[in-house]
Write a protein that binds this ligand. Sequence first.
Ligand SMILES: *Cc1c(COP(=O)(O)O)cnc(C)c1O
Length: 367
Amino acid sequence: MENHNVTKLQIDLNAARFNLDYFKGKLQKNTKILVVVKAFGYGSDAIKIAKSIQDSVDYFAVAYTDEGIALRKAGINTPILVLHPQIANLELIVENCLEPNLYSFSILNAFLAVTNAQKLTDYPIHIKFNTGLNRLGFKADEVSTITKKIRKNKFVKVASIFSHLAASEDKNERDFSIQQITLFEKIAIDFEQKIGYKPTLHLCNTSGIINYPQAHYDMVRLGIGLYGFGNDENETSKLKNVIALKSVISQIHTIKKGESIGYNRAFIADKEVKTATIPIGHADGISRKFGNEVGYVTINNQKALIIGNVCMDMIMVAISNIDCNEGDEVVIFDSQQTVEKLAKDTNTISYELITAISQRVKREVFH
Ligand SMILES: *Cc1c(COP(=O)(O)O)cnc(C)c1O
């Protein structure tokens, strides 16, 4: 029998499809779309998300090789770009028809050795350039060395060249982003000339799609936008919410004046208070930063502040003024606006909050 009385992350696949169409509406007809489903689909369910949109996207991307293998095992046949494949996994990449991002000479050489040993032809690879993020990527002056190596063999074919913007959401960094765009275009022209064909060009993540339409090129990489976050209030308001985190009240206590609540006795009641214990804690992704009245949940449409410290598996919330019972539903978030507020109040960003929802939390998918 299914136990419904648990903490769950609800995932609305219709909303994800709506958001995909919204971003597609911003693209030129020929611009392809890659959807990023790394980190379990930004904390949701990468396989369910990928299955529901695979017919409407050109590519998926994941961070690590095993994330790509999981998609292949689930029957996803769409091309998959692995953004950070790592040298130890290059054979697995080929075995699972995954396409590696090659960002340095050590990984490029290692992959050329693998494709050479296996006598592959035209295996699709993706070359990443560093245009200012200083995370992964070749430098602009390395183009001729790369193209010389690749032109000499038939084992691989450059499917795309790409780069990543450092501050695409930040209007104050517009000059820097334009500088990255200009540098990327210079690299692309140089690369195409030296390799003798035209790889797919892509640069923009979600906020790049929104803020830099001149840099959509042949493809864009949609990540957080699919999950309902547009990186500014106005864009987010046009998107549908994909994920909602809900739980239930396990137990209600009446705490007398002078009693304490939770570990380290972090909360001492200065008058009688009613509390509800909720089965979700820092092991589920509710950071300890939410404790001591920073974070809140919603019960019967009313805000209940988290009091005392967040435990591993539970939180206690103040419900003195809320009419509720054990077993009642508790909403941690069910809108992007709440996620943004909770993220802001705990000094982080929506990305961190949603990807932190641990695998222990049941996923409930709506089609
Ligand atoms: C994660 C990631 C993306 C997606 O970014 P969003 O801001 O979530 O749209 C795109 N490109 C690269 C290289 C990434 O690592």
